[in-house]
Design a protein around this ligand. Structure first.
Ligand code: USQ
Length: 407
């Protein structure tokens, strides 16, 4: 799908920060396939965290150089790589911007696991230092470079929190009315935040950095408030086994639905935290890459406020997801202690008109789920390390790990 109708002259130079990770890699491939010139910037922190945790992707992922060589073979297109620690090495980042002069930067270069961010004081500090510094270094370097770069950031639905007082969560901004001394004041403010982990809190801090730089330096910034991604493969990652995306199922990095799929594939009880009354927003990985492309094609104007999209397509209660997977596979369900401090029941309604208006036609859970079970979870089940499944990272000392009784 090369730049449909736009020709190569519509191609952009795009830096994908964190382009070796779970979202960054398929997004890099998708943007390259669409005809853009992609340069990945990564320090391979995610691969090092795998070593720290003794955990591995369910899918056998290749090194980044093997991945890029395979893409060259399959597509005839080049994706380049710059290895930079963006939190620590501001000067090399600035130099890269000056040399490459990208029109777009897609920013995935953050530690993205809530449980990992809550494991210990060291993990909390690493997550804050890395995430906040990378975001600020990128903003600062864009200004210092003098280039008019559109920054597209992967944010999270988790900045909102989930106590929504019966209203649908708008896309980033809340209209308010205040009785001031001069009479009634109407304004739109960033939706009040209510993060549920240190990780989610770093994305809240990112939001304020974006608002400031959009106001002070007229940077063009899009923030994608993404829900929980499920699935692993996209059109491009399916083209060759060496392009395969990572799939996490462990207690720290595995997200809920992907964990359930693996658990079902190996006959492990589906680990529902507490009563499973938590309602969350979801999006398939194929829709995620499409949304990033749409966001790139529809940038804000200079001087405009940060453009915020709710990047999600459906909401589900955790116990309903477990019941669905159980129905499809025969897996048993177990209510384990919730290792997190979170509302045990919540409603969630979300406005996601922006992407639908731009033409996104979502992949729904019911249509994609069976394929995902067969193509990924069942296919690689021999690689599962059962000891890595329980969620052991506790939000506070008085909680208990999410371990099923028999384990
Ligand atoms: N949960 C279970 N059983 C499990 C694992 C999780 O019941 O085995 C529950 C959790 O307690 C939580 C919910 O499922 O209530 C979601 O947990 P998750 O690990 O799937 O997702 P979360 O920690 O929120 O983080 C993930 C990504 C993060 C992204 C976020 C989007 O790791 O990068 O920002 O989803 S959102 O949740 O919309 O904020």
């Amino acid at each position: 799908a090369r730049l449909a109708g736009r020709g190569e002259e519509g191609a952009l130079k795009i830096l994908v920060l964190g382009g070796d990770g779970f979202c960054g890699w398929p997004a890099s491939l998708h943007l390259s396939a669409a005809g853009h010139e992609v340069v990945i910037v990564d320090n391979f922190s995610r691969r090092r965290i795998d070593e720290e945790l003794g955990a591995q992707s369910l899918t056998p992922i290749c090194s980044n150089s093997q991945r890029r060589a395979a893409w060259r073979e399959v597509s005839g297109r080049e994706i380049r790589l710059a290895v930079i620690d963006l939190a620590a090495d501001y000067d090399r980042l600035l130099e890269l911007l000056r040399v490459e002069k990208p029109q777009v930067i897609v920013h995935y270069a953050e530690q993205r696991s809530a449980p990992y961010s809550m494991k210990s004081p060291a993990h909390k500090r690493y997550t804050v230092n890395n995430n906040v510094n990378v975001t600020h270094n990128v903003l600062c370097a864009i200004v210092e470079s003098g280039l008019d770069i559109h920054l597209v950031h992967l944010g999270t639905m988790g900045v909102y929190g989930y106590g929504t007082a019966g209203m649908a969560i708008p896309e980033g901004y809340l209209g308010i009315r205040v009785d001031g001394e001069q009479g009634e004041l109407r304004e739109e403010i960033l939706y009040p935040t209510h993060p549920g982990s240190i990780y989610h809190m770093t994305k809240v801090l990112d939001q304020d950095l974006f608002a400031y730089y959009a106001k002070n330096d007229a940077l063009r910034i899009t923030d994608l408030h993404q829900g929980i991604v499920w699935g692993t493969s996209t059109t491009q990652t399916r083209l060759d086994e060496r392009l395969i995306n990572r799939f996490d199922y462990d207690g720290d990095y595995g997200t809920v639905l992907n964990r359930f799929l693996v658990q079902a594939a190996i006959g492990y009880p589906l680990t529902v935290h507490g009563a499973g009354g938590q309602t969350r927003a979801f999006i398939h990985i194929q829709d995620m890459v499409r949304c990033v492309e749409l966001a790139i094609a529809n940038p804000p104007r200079r001087g405009e406020r940060v453009k915020i999209f709710n990047q999600m397509t459906e909401t589900h209660r955790i116990r309903d997801l477990a019941a669905l997977v159980s129905r499809l596979t025969g897996a048993s369900v177990e209510n384990v202690p919730d290792p997190r401090k979170e509302a045990s029941e919540n409603e969630l309604r979300v406005v996601n008109d922006s992407f639908l208006d731009l033409g996104l036609s979502p992949i729904t859970l019911t249509e994609g789920l069976l394929e995902e079970i067969a193509q990924t979870a069942a296919k690689y089940r021999e690689r599962v390390d059962i000891s890595k499944i329980p969620a052991r990272s506790l939000w506070t000392k008085d909680l208990r790990p999410g371990v099923p009784a028999a384990y």
